[in-house]
Design a protein around this ligand. Structure first.
Ligand code: G3P
Length: 218
Protein backbone atom coordinates (compact mmCIF):
# COMPACT_ATOMS: atom_id res chain seq x y z
CA UNK A 1 0.00 0.00 0.00
CA UNK A 2 1.23 3.49 -0.85
CA UNK A 3 1.51 6.11 1.91
CA UNK A 4 0.69 9.72 1.11
CA UNK A 5 1.20 12.37 3.77
CA UNK A 6 -1.87 14.54 4.40
CA UNK A 7 -0.40 17.95 5.20
CA UNK A 8 0.50 21.38 3.87
CA UNK A 9 3.33 21.72 6.43
CA UNK A 10 6.52 21.57 4.35
CA UNK A 11 8.69 20.94 7.44
CA UNK A 12 6.64 17.84 8.36
CA UNK A 13 7.26 16.46 4.86
CA UNK A 14 11.00 17.25 5.06
CA UNK A 15 11.29 15.33 8.36
CA UNK A 16 10.07 12.15 6.67
CA UNK A 17 11.76 12.52 3.27
CA UNK A 18 14.74 10.27 4.09
CA UNK A 19 12.56 7.52 5.58
CA UNK A 20 11.42 6.25 2.16
CA UNK A 21 7.89 6.03 3.57
CA UNK A 22 6.29 8.85 1.59
CA UNK A 23 4.89 8.06 -1.85
CA UNK A 24 2.95 11.30 -2.32
CA UNK A 25 1.28 14.28 -0.63
CA UNK A 26 -2.33 15.45 -0.31
CA UNK A 27 -3.44 18.93 0.65
CA UNK A 28 -6.81 20.66 0.94
CA UNK A 29 -8.01 24.23 1.58
CA UNK A 30 -8.31 23.61 5.35
CA UNK A 31 -4.72 22.35 5.56
CA UNK A 32 -3.54 25.41 3.57
CA UNK A 33 -5.47 27.65 5.99
CA UNK A 34 -3.82 25.92 8.98
CA UNK A 35 -0.35 26.39 7.42
CA UNK A 36 -0.99 30.14 7.19
CA UNK A 37 0.93 30.16 3.89
CA UNK A 38 0.31 31.03 0.25
CA UNK A 39 -1.29 28.05 -1.55
CA UNK A 40 0.72 28.26 -4.79
CA UNK A 41 4.04 28.75 -2.96
CA UNK A 42 3.36 25.70 -0.77
CA UNK A 43 2.43 23.52 -3.75
CA UNK A 44 5.56 24.62 -5.64
CA UNK A 45 7.77 23.80 -2.64
CA UNK A 46 6.17 20.40 -2.07
CA UNK A 47 6.31 19.40 -5.73
CA UNK A 48 10.00 20.37 -5.85
CA UNK A 49 10.71 18.25 -2.75
CA UNK A 50 9.07 15.17 -4.29
CA UNK A 51 9.33 15.79 -8.06
CA UNK A 52 8.47 12.21 -9.02
CA UNK A 53 5.55 11.71 -6.63
CA UNK A 54 1.90 12.72 -6.92
CA UNK A 55 1.02 15.95 -5.07
CA UNK A 56 -2.72 16.66 -4.73
CA UNK A 57 -3.76 20.32 -4.94
CA UNK A 58 -7.46 21.15 -4.60
CA UNK A 59 -9.55 23.55 -6.67
CA UNK A 60 -11.81 26.00 -4.83
CA UNK A 61 -14.36 26.79 -7.57
CA UNK A 62 -17.72 25.01 -7.34
CA UNK A 63 -18.65 25.03 -11.03
CA UNK A 64 -17.01 22.81 -13.62
CA UNK A 65 -15.80 25.72 -15.75
CA UNK A 66 -14.08 27.34 -12.77
CA UNK A 67 -12.64 23.99 -11.65
CA UNK A 68 -11.20 23.39 -15.12
CA UNK A 69 -9.65 26.88 -15.22
CA UNK A 70 -8.13 26.55 -11.72
CA UNK A 71 -7.08 22.94 -12.23
CA UNK A 72 -5.34 23.80 -15.50
CA UNK A 73 -3.35 26.54 -13.70
CA UNK A 74 -2.39 24.10 -10.93
CA UNK A 75 -1.38 21.44 -13.47
CA UNK A 76 0.94 23.98 -15.15
CA UNK A 77 3.01 24.20 -11.92
CA UNK A 78 4.51 20.75 -12.38
CA UNK A 79 3.79 17.42 -14.08
CA UNK A 80 3.42 15.69 -10.68
CA UNK A 81 0.42 17.81 -9.61
CA UNK A 82 -2.81 15.85 -9.16
CA UNK A 83 -5.95 17.99 -9.44
CA UNK A 84 -8.22 17.47 -6.46
CA UNK A 85 -11.91 17.92 -7.27
CA UNK A 86 -15.03 17.59 -5.10
CA UNK A 87 -17.43 14.70 -5.61
CA UNK A 88 -20.25 16.73 -7.21
CA UNK A 89 -21.63 16.52 -10.74
CA UNK A 90 -19.53 19.58 -11.63
CA UNK A 91 -16.48 17.90 -10.08
CA UNK A 92 -17.12 14.76 -12.14
CA UNK A 93 -17.40 16.83 -15.33
CA UNK A 94 -14.08 18.51 -14.56
CA UNK A 95 -12.61 15.09 -13.72
CA UNK A 96 -13.63 13.74 -17.11
CA UNK A 97 -12.18 16.83 -18.82
CA UNK A 98 -8.80 16.26 -17.11
CA UNK A 99 -8.98 12.52 -17.90
CA UNK A 100 -9.20 13.44 -21.61
CA UNK A 101 -6.26 15.84 -21.14
CA UNK A 102 -4.24 13.01 -19.49
CA UNK A 103 -3.96 15.07 -16.28
CA UNK A 104 -4.21 13.13 -13.00
CA UNK A 105 -7.13 13.75 -10.64
CA UNK A 106 -8.10 12.95 -7.06
CA UNK A 107 -11.87 13.10 -6.52
CA UNK A 108 -12.37 14.03 -2.89
CA UNK A 109 -15.17 14.31 -0.30
CA UNK A 110 -16.39 10.81 -1.18
CA UNK A 111 -18.73 9.32 1.42
CA UNK A 112 -20.38 6.39 -0.38
CA UNK A 113 -19.66 3.50 -2.75
CA UNK A 114 -22.03 4.95 -5.35
CA UNK A 115 -20.05 8.20 -5.39
CA UNK A 116 -16.80 6.24 -5.75
CA UNK A 117 -18.20 4.26 -8.67
CA UNK A 118 -19.14 7.51 -10.45
CA UNK A 119 -15.66 8.96 -9.86
CA UNK A 120 -14.13 5.83 -11.40
CA UNK A 121 -16.45 6.02 -14.41
CA UNK A 122 -15.53 9.70 -14.90
CA UNK A 123 -11.88 8.62 -15.13
CA UNK A 124 -10.49 9.70 -11.74
CA UNK A 125 -6.92 8.62 -11.02
CA UNK A 126 -7.75 8.45 -7.31
CA UNK A 127 -10.96 8.58 -5.29
CA UNK A 128 -10.77 9.69 -1.65
CA UNK A 129 -13.38 8.21 0.72
CA UNK A 130 -13.26 10.06 4.08
CA UNK A 131 -13.34 7.35 6.76
CA UNK A 132 -12.85 9.51 9.88
CA UNK A 133 -15.69 11.89 9.03
CA UNK A 134 -18.04 8.90 8.53
CA UNK A 135 -16.96 7.46 11.90
CA UNK A 136 -17.71 10.89 13.41
CA UNK A 137 -21.40 10.55 12.44
CA UNK A 138 -21.69 6.95 13.64
CA UNK A 139 -21.17 5.17 10.29
CA UNK A 140 -18.27 2.71 10.04
CA UNK A 141 -16.02 4.46 7.51
CA UNK A 142 -14.01 1.31 6.81
CA UNK A 143 -17.12 -0.53 5.58
CA UNK A 144 -17.29 1.68 2.49
CA UNK A 145 -13.61 1.03 1.79
CA UNK A 146 -14.33 -2.72 1.74
CA UNK A 147 -17.25 -2.14 -0.63
CA UNK A 148 -15.33 0.18 -3.00
CA UNK A 149 -12.30 -2.14 -3.16
CA UNK A 150 -14.63 -5.04 -4.00
CA UNK A 151 -16.54 -3.09 -6.69
CA UNK A 152 -13.32 -1.92 -8.40
CA UNK A 153 -11.91 -5.47 -8.28
CA UNK A 154 -14.99 -6.72 -10.17
CA UNK A 155 -14.22 -4.63 -13.28
CA UNK A 156 -10.80 -4.49 -14.94
CA UNK A 157 -11.91 -1.28 -16.69
CA UNK A 158 -12.16 0.58 -13.35
CA UNK A 159 -8.55 1.58 -12.79
CA UNK A 160 -9.16 4.33 -10.20
CA UNK A 161 -7.07 3.86 -7.06
CA UNK A 162 -8.78 3.82 -3.66
CA UNK A 163 -7.13 6.54 -1.56
CA UNK A 164 -8.28 6.24 2.05
CA UNK A 165 -8.55 9.77 3.52
CA UNK A 166 -9.60 11.42 6.77
CA UNK A 167 -7.47 8.89 8.63
CA UNK A 168 -7.44 9.50 12.38
CA UNK A 169 -5.50 6.57 13.86
CA UNK A 170 -3.14 3.65 13.06
CA UNK A 171 -6.05 1.14 12.95
CA UNK A 172 -7.55 2.98 9.97
CA UNK A 173 -4.25 2.40 8.11
CA UNK A 174 -3.96 -1.28 9.08
CA UNK A 175 -7.59 -2.03 8.22
CA UNK A 176 -7.20 -0.22 4.87
CA UNK A 177 -4.13 -2.38 4.13
CA UNK A 178 -6.00 -5.58 5.11
CA UNK A 179 -8.80 -4.58 2.74
CA UNK A 180 -6.37 -3.99 -0.13
CA UNK A 181 -6.87 -0.22 -0.52
CA UNK A 182 -4.25 1.25 -2.86
CA UNK A 183 -3.25 4.31 -0.81
CA UNK A 184 -3.67 5.77 2.66
CA UNK A 185 -3.19 9.51 3.07
CA UNK A 186 -2.02 9.90 6.63
CA UNK A 187 -1.56 12.96 8.87
CA UNK A 188 2.07 13.30 10.10
CA UNK A 189 1.02 12.58 13.73
CA UNK A 190 -0.46 9.20 12.73
CA UNK A 191 2.65 8.28 10.69
CA UNK A 192 4.71 8.85 13.85
CA UNK A 193 2.19 6.80 15.90
CA UNK A 194 2.55 3.88 13.44
CA UNK A 195 6.23 3.40 14.28
CA UNK A 196 5.83 3.51 18.06
CA UNK A 197 5.52 0.46 20.30
CA UNK A 198 6.23 0.52 24.07
CA UNK A 199 7.96 -2.88 23.89
CA UNK A 200 10.34 -1.54 21.21
CA UNK A 201 11.29 1.37 23.51
CA UNK A 202 11.64 -0.94 26.52
CA UNK A 203 13.68 -3.49 24.58
CA UNK A 204 16.00 -0.83 23.17
CA UNK A 205 16.61 0.66 26.64
CA UNK A 206 17.54 -2.81 27.94
CA UNK A 207 19.92 -3.46 25.01
CA UNK A 208 21.55 -0.04 25.59
CA UNK A 209 22.11 -0.79 29.29
CA UNK A 210 23.51 -4.29 28.67
CA UNK A 211 25.78 -3.05 25.91
CA UNK A 212 27.16 -0.35 28.22
CA UNK A 213 27.93 -3.10 30.81
CA UNK A 214 30.11 -4.97 28.28
CA UNK A 215 32.45 -1.97 28.08
CA UNK A 216 32.83 -2.61 24.34
CA UNK A 217 32.60 -0.11 21.47
CA UNK A 218 31.60 -0.75 17.87
O1 G3P B 1 -7.27 15.29 2.67
C1 G3P B 1 -8.57 15.19 3.13
C2 G3P B 1 -8.75 14.49 4.45
O2 G3P B 1 -7.78 13.59 4.75
C3 G3P B 1 -9.42 15.25 5.54
O3 G3P B 1 -9.23 14.72 6.83
O4 G3P B 1 -9.31 14.84 9.27
O5 G3P B 1 -10.15 16.79 7.91
O6 G3P B 1 -11.45 14.68 8.02
P1 G3P B 1 -10.08 15.29 8.08
Amino acid sequence: MKFFIDTAEVDEIKKLLDSGLIDGVTTNPSLIMKSGRDFIEVIKEISALLPKNPISAEVTANDSKGMIAQGSRLADISSNIVIKLPLTMDGLEACHYFYNQKIQTNVTLCFSSSQALLAAKAGATYVSPFVGRLDDIGIDGMEIIQSIVQIFANYASLTTEVLVASIRNPMHVITAAEMGADVSTIPPSVIHQLVKHPLTDKGLAAFDQDWAKTGQTL
